[in-house]
Design a protein around this ligand. Structure first.
Ligand code: COA
Length: 192
């Protein structure tokens, strides 16, 4: 297994893997298979290689086969371009438990640290998704909020936990609530 930055030419296998994700891990994602299957090819290309540089995606390969992925979405807005979102984390069931998820997240974090002006990453994870939550905690992400009834999944309405990671120790902090919320105060245990 190796991890590499995905390119526009990976859009076909990337689309196939993400459609599998929306189907097999429906509770973990906000989009449905039907919604995403209807997206044009340009949607998938933009996720991997946005012409304005507002995305980066990484793939875990077993030989030539794409078995896992994660992406970053950056902001162009002057007031928010210090933040990026981690999205679309998925490892196909047969490839799980072998370090692919961690290697993908490490690659995304390494890329994020190299990006000028980027200070923090955020993500959301469905409450009760222990594998993903533990992975994010082990990489240093902290909880800062919980949105009740955030998504309607096949299992019913579920909450989303909001997590963030400061990329630099000396990042300016203008809010006393950053990283010190009531949610974080519950310690490293996985909520739900
Ligand atoms: C979450 C996911 C990406 C993890 O991928 P993976 O390749 O199996 O993860 P790794 O083997 O790299 O494990 C890394 C860490 O994740 C956590 N983890 C992974 N599987 C876990 C499990 N079944 N139970 C608890 N923790 C688990 C552990 O902290 C693990 O570190 P450790 O091996 O030192 O204990 C994978 O389970 C997945 O695709 N799930 C469905 C989609 C999903 O939930 N995506 C997240 C959306 S927010």
């Amino acid at each position: 297994m190796h991890v590499a930055r995905l390119q526009a030419s990976d859009a076909g296998p990337y689309r196939k893997l993400m459609l599998q994700a929306y189907e097999l891990a429906a509770d973990a994602f906000t989009s449905t298979v039907a919604e995403r299957a209807a997206e044009p090819d340009s949607f998938w290309v933009r996720r991997l290689a946005d012409p304005t540089g507002l995305s980066a995606a990484f793939g875990a390969f077993d030989g030539q086969k794409l078995v896992g992925t994660v992406a970053l979405e950056f902001s162009a807005k002057p007031k928010t371009r210090h933040k990026a979102s981690v999205i679309g984390m998925y490892v196909s069931p047969e490839a799980r438990g072998s370090g692919a998820g961690r290697a993908l997240l490490d690659a995304a974090l390494e890329h994020a640290r190299q990006r000028e002006g980027l200070l923090q990453l955020t993500l959301t994870v469905t409450e009760g998704n222990t594998p993903a939550t533990r992975l994010y905690i082990s990489a240093g992400f902290q909880f800062f909020g919980r949105e009740p009834m955030a998504v309607l999944t096949p299992a019913g309405y579920q909450a989303k936990l909001h997590m963030w990671l400061a990329l630099q120790r000396d990042a300016p902090s203008r809010s006393s609530s950053g990283g010190g919320s009531a949610v974080q105060a519950s310690g490293p245990d996985v909520p739900g």
